[in-house]
Design a binder for this molecule. Structure first.
Ligand SMILES: Nc1ncnc2c1ncn2[C@@H]1O[C@H](COP(=O)(O)OP(=O)(O)OP(=O)(O)O)[C@@H](O)[C@H]1O
Ligand SMILES: Nc1ccn([C@@H]2O[C@H](COP(=O)(O)O)[C@@H](O)[C@H]2O)c(=O)n1
Ligand SMILES: [Mg+2]
Length: 217
């Protein structure tokens, strides 16, 4: 991604943009925690699900394609997702992005790396038991078309089958920072604060010790 800024003498120099991905199952609390992180640590929060929902609201043909996929709990093709994400990033003058709900599969990872030539500083993984996530989603009440039992279970399946391999990929690069997201909002944020306050070596998960608390339905 071409992100440049002018220095004091007017010459263009490369802007160092820091990216943190935030992943976790549906209802693990990504949006809730990202709002707090953005506020406390000065990140720009971009929810990829929200960017896709905005495209649906625009009434475009791409939006209606996205709507059908979302209703099914499936994943939008990565070229579409990453193009919309890149446009959103380019429209904001920030050097710290918190990208919520991305990547969701290996295709997302590849499309992001190919298009932007950037890598995340680290990946925050909110690990939450599935029964707790289901309970949260069923009482979320935000009018989301995908918050019904049938679609929620499809989304869990997609998480297990497609997103967990991306967690393993970033684990192999030492980039996963895992927190127990099954606790209260305040308790989860306490663990997250430690990660964002300390150096990037905090809470690395040794590759062989990674375990997800989700169950396949
Ligand atoms: N730690 C928590 N304890 C109890 N409820 C929570 C917690 N974190 C979030 N919630 C609630 O659970 C619901 C889902 O949270 P949130 O929208 O942040 O999840 P998400 O991971 O962004 O989900 P999605 O992937 O569907 O966008 C919300 O109603 C939120 O208020
Ligand atoms: N990288 C992504 C992110 C999201 N989607 C689609 O949007 C839905 C909602 O996402 P939330 O993060 O708001 O839960 C998700 O179920 C997918 O259909 C996607 O395809 N790719
Ligand atoms: Mg969310």
């Amino acid at each position: 991604m071409d992100l440049h800024k002018e220095d004091d003498r007017g010459s263009a120099k490369q802007k160092k943009v820091k990216i943190v991905f935030v992943i976790g199952g549906p209802g693990s609390g990504k949006g809730t925690q990202c709002k707090r992180i953005a506020q406390q640590f000065g990140y720009t929060h971009l929810s990829v699900g929200e960017i896709l929902r905005q495209e649906i609201s625009s009434g475009s043909e791409t939006g209606s394609m996205i709507q059908k996929i979302m209703k099914e709990g499936k994943l939008v093709p990565s070229d579409v997702t990453v193009r919309l994400l890149q446009q959103a990033m380019q429209g904001i003058n920030s050097d710290k992005f918190l990208i919520d709900g991305f990547p969701r599969n290996e295709e997302n990872v590849k499309a992001f790396e190919d298009l932007t030539k950037m890598e995340p500083e680290f990946v925050l993984y909110l690990d939450c038991p599935q029964d707790e996530m289901e309970k949260r989603l069923l009482s979320r009440n935000e009018g989301r078309e995908d918050d019904n039992v049938e679609t929620i279970r499809k989304r869990f399946k997609v998480f297990m089958e497609s997103t967990l391999p991306t967690i393993e990929y970033y684990e192999s690069k030492g980039k996963i920072r895992k927190v127990d997201a099954g606790k209260s909002v305040d308790e989860v944020f306490e663990s997250i604060k430690v990660i964002f306050s300390q150096g990037k070596d905090y809470n690395k998960v040794p590759p062989s010790r990674h375990k997800c608390k989700c169950l396949i339905l």
